[in-house]
Design a binder for this molecule. Structure first.
Ligand code: LER
Ligand code: MN
Length: 264
């Protein structure tokens, strides 16, 4: 039903992907081989990357490059849209704009997760997001509500939508991650419905950040809500490779069987 993706890092390892960045081309083959049809690339800094090489690898595997996850630059370089220092805010906006240049060619969504920062006045965040949305109105940005233990800025869909309204741009939407929604939202299904046509991207993980089906989250509620809002984007598994990598790679088969059973 929905294209299903996995995360592949290109430059720095991430706990949410079982693959090593230096073997990203082989990783794409594994992703495809497991039945995924899309990929989210984890990119710290797009400047040194060769878009041609990425395009070629994607063409060989037939995978859709659906989103760029950008948060690794927080740990590596201390970037933040809400930072007190103007120079850091400027570097963060420039980095997101570089992501947008790469994303444009592939129709990928640029994710604003941890890059927004841990704390700071919302006005700084609004200003930074506005500078990005205006940079290229044809590239979509997705603000991801993150749980309270990761940031104080935009923990819920409602808070993200309020910020988006203040920014006032059609190319800024929401990424709902079921792991965060499970912590912060009253009802997960309601959160997806509230996002509605502003839902630009989805991360799937269970209550324990393991693959869907390995925790206690009710995904039927998620599928119902996605159908109700006629969601047309991708679903990307952002899970720890627990209890095993095999469980993560088995997700496409398991989910497709479940979706087929729902459709009957
Ligand atoms: C990023 O997509 C995310 O969900 C965060 O929890 C990463 O720290
Ligand atoms: Mn996420």
């Amino acid at each position: 039903m929905w294209p299903l993706g996995l995360i592949v890092p290109l430059q720095d390892p991430t706990p949410f992907s079982p693959f090593a960045p230096e073997r990203w081309r082989v990783a794409l083959d594994h992703v495809r081989g497991a039945g995924f049809t899309a990929v989210e690339l984890a990119i710290t800094d797009p400047e040194p990357l060769d878009p041609e090489e990425i395009a070629q690898a994607l063409e060989e595997t037939g995978l859709r490059f659906c989103a760029i996850t950008t948060g690794q630059a927080v740990w590596k370089e201390g970037l933040s849209l809400a930072a007190g220092e103007e120079a850091i805010r400027e570097r963060t906006v420039a980095r997101l704009q570089a992501h947008m240049r790469l994303a444009k060619r592939f129709g990928a969504v640029v994710i604003v997760g941890l890059l927004r920062g841990f704390q700071g006045p919302e006005a700084r965040l609004v200003e930074g997001l506005r500078a990005c949305t205006r940079f290229d109105p044809d590239v979509k940005l997705a603000l991801e509500p993150l749980n309270r233990y990761e940031t104080r800025l935009a923990n819920t869909v409602e808070e993200a939508l309020r910020l988006i309204e203040r920014v006032g741009a059609d190319n800024l939407g929401v990424l709902v991650d079921t792991f965060h929604a499970n912590i912060e939202e009253r009802r997960i299904g309601e959160a997806f419905r509230r996002a509605g046509d502003r839902l630009f991207h989805v991360h799937l993980a269970d209550s324990n950040r393991w693959a869907p089906g390995q925790g206690h989250l009710d995904f039927a509620e998620v599928w119902e809500a996605l159908e109700a809002i006629s969601y047309k984007g991708c679903l990307v598994i952002e899970a720890l490779p627990q209890p095993s990598l095999q469980e993560v790679l088995a997700v496409p088969e398991r989910l497709r069987a479940r979706w087929a059973a729902r459709a009957r």
